[in-house]
Design a protein around this ligand. Structure first.
Ligand SMILES: [Zn+2]
Length: 159
């Protein structure tokens, strides 16, 4: 069910990438809005994203739209927040009262990093966050959805 949801999001992103770009003949270096170049007759066309560039396919357009319009998840901050919600704020060591998160980080940074990447893949498996660059950066699915909702109604008004 989650994969299906992600498929729908990807499909909507692809559609948006088409809306935001123009077919472009690289050989003639001209736009070909009809889907065939009127100069050379080629239908082997790139997509042109005004102000950015041209390239084959739409994946790069999707990546660009996401990067330009959305803020990636600050995974360090988000993970820390989730840990703070799971555990008491402080721990007692002898007579010391220490901040739980700071203590874990300082006592076992490797374990902290491991837990963070596990948490991240969990969030991904649950469909809360997605990556478009093999895990270098992540975005909240809810952010992508609201961006899509806005951008889609905008392009309908413009049409
Ligand atoms: Zn051409």
């Amino acid at each position: 069910m989650l994969m299906k949801e992600l498929d729908i999001i990807n499909e909507r992103l692809k559609q948006l990438a088409f809306t935001k770009t123009q077919p472009f003949c690289y050989g003639c270096y001209a736009e070909a809005p009809k889907g065939t170049c009127k100069t050379c007759g080629s239908d082997d066309l790139m997509r042109l994203l005004p102000g950015v560039g041209c390239e084959y396919g739409t994946d790069w357009v999707v990546t660009n739209l996401i990067e330009e319009n959305l803020t990636p998840v600050n995974s360090e901050e988000a993970f820390e927040e989730s840990i703070r919600q799971c555990y008491p704020e402080t721990v007692h060591v002898g007579w010391l009262e220490l901040d739980t998160v700071t203590t874990i980080k300082e006592m076992d940074p490797i374990s902290w990093d491991l837990a963070q990447s596990e948490w991240l893949s969990n969030e991904e498996a649950e469909g809360l966050i997605v990556t478009f660059d093999n895990g270098n950066s992540h975005y909240y699915l809810s952010d992508i959805e609201s961006y899509l909702n806005g951008a889609e109604s905008e392009s309908q008004v413009g049409a």
